[in-house]
Every structure is written in C-alpha cells, then in structure tokens.
Design a binder for this molecule. Structure first.
Ligand code: GAR
Length: 216
C-alpha cells in the first residue's frame, strides 16, 4: 500500500507541522508530506518547510474576495500537490461546511484541550480559571461544528501549581508534538477508522494509543 499523501495547513509558528514533517522523514512512516500551506505570508512554518525541501504554498485569505474563493484556492493547491489527506496544524481560519464536506473524513485537526472540554480559543486561561488538574490535547476529524468530530487520540498533561497560560501551553505543546504524529500514523496504517462519529482503534493498536500522560 502506498503512503498517505498529506497536506498540512498552518497559519503561524508551525511547530506541530514540524513534528509531522520530522516523523514523516522516517522512511518507515506511512504518510508523506506533499506540501505545507499557509494563509499568512509571515507564517514562520513556511520557512521551515522550504528548508526541508517541502513545497511551501501561500494562499493568502486576504487576496481572495470571499471565503468560498479562498477555500477553493486551498483545495486547488492541495490537489496540485496530489494531497489526499489534510492536517490542520494551528490553522487559524474557521473552515466552511463546504470545505469540510470536500475533505470528509480526510481532514483532521489538533486542539489544545481534552475535547469536548474547552472548545474554542483561550483554552489554557479557561482551564486555569476553572482550577482543573489535568488538561491535554486532542486530534480529531473535523466536522462543521467547531472543535467537534470523531476523536482519534488524546494526551493528558498535569496542571501544576503556579502555572500560567504560557507555562501550561509549553508543557502541552510537547505532548502535541508526540500526539499528532501518532494519530496520523494510526490513520495511515488503517488502525484508526471513522465509524459514524466515533473513531475505532484496532485492537492491535490499543496499547500504543492508550492516552498517555506527559509529566513535567
Ligand atoms: C497549537 O497549540 C495548536 O493546538 C493550537 O494552536 C497551536 C499552534 O501551534 N490550535 C488551535 O488552537 C486550534 N483551535 P503551532 O503553529 O506551533 O503548531
């Protein structure tokens, strides 16, 4: 079976994209990164992709008259690079139902909370304000409702006394960088499959997907 051909959508730093690119640089990894696409010309991640010899594509949302035109240009660019699976990695545009339908069950996202808790923005501020003792990150298939969709994998991290949104984000980011490649690998290997609105994990993969706990 050939490798899953992946396009990664970013808007900024792109550290999750970099983690996916690193993982995919292993010849044994079952997915290849065909292109990295940003909606912002100043996205740092574009530079990283270029340095790694991966096509770095800019589709500036400001250069398009409507969301529909912008997203059509994104899909065209992905198809031009023969992408058949899309990873959102800090892509800070809300994608439309049309785009989500176009990439149905071929579009995943990473979100910095244990969904369904803390959808939306400012996840760490809200988690700290609530005094939760565990938070985490989630990789999920994208559905029309924001931060909703079949969950592929999750990782938990502790909230530690004295944490600020920044210290919590930094701890969580390390877990994100482990989780996203794991989730993509399971999908590409056919070990994580959408079944209705749930992702079934193959029994052979249960041990490796058991939500992991990332200490300090
Ligand atoms: C990550 O923490 C990701 O989970 C979050 O943005 C950051 C992007 O960092 N995504 C969202 O908040 C999506 N709603 P990165 O550009 O370094 O990967």
């Amino acid at each position: 079976m050939g490798k899953l051909k992946v396009g990664i959508l970013i808007s900024g730093r792109g550290s999750n994209m970099a983690a996916l690119v690193e993982a995919a640089s292993d010849p044994a990894f079952p997915a290849e990164v065909r292109c990295v696409l940003s909606n912002r010309p100043d996205a740092k991640g574009l530079e990283f992709a270029r340095e790694r010899g991966i096509p770095a594509v800019l589709v500036d949302h400001k250069a398009h008259a409507s969301k529909a035109e912008f997203e059509a240009a994104v899909t065209d660019a992905l198809l031009a690079h023969e992408v058949d699976f899309v990873c959102l990695a800090g892509f800070m545009r809300i994608v439309s139902p049309t785009f989500i339908e176009r990439w149905h069950n071929r579009l995943i996202n990473i979100h910095p909370s244990l969904l369904p808790s803390y959808k939306g923005l400012h996840t760490h501020e809200r988690a700290l304000a609530d005094g939760v003792k565990l938070t985490g990150c989630t990789v999920h298939f994208v559905r029309a409702e924001m931060d909703v969709g079949p969950i592929v994998a999750q990782a938990a991290v502790p909230v530690i006394a004295g944490d600020t949104p920044d210290s919590l984000a930094a701890r969580l980011l390390k877990a994100e960088h482990r989780l996203y490649p794991l989730a993509l690998r399971l999908i590409a290997e056919g070990k994580a499959k959408v079944n209705g609105e749930i992702v079934d994990i193959a029994s052979a993969a249960v041990d490796e997907t058991a939500s992991f706990f990332s200490a300090r």
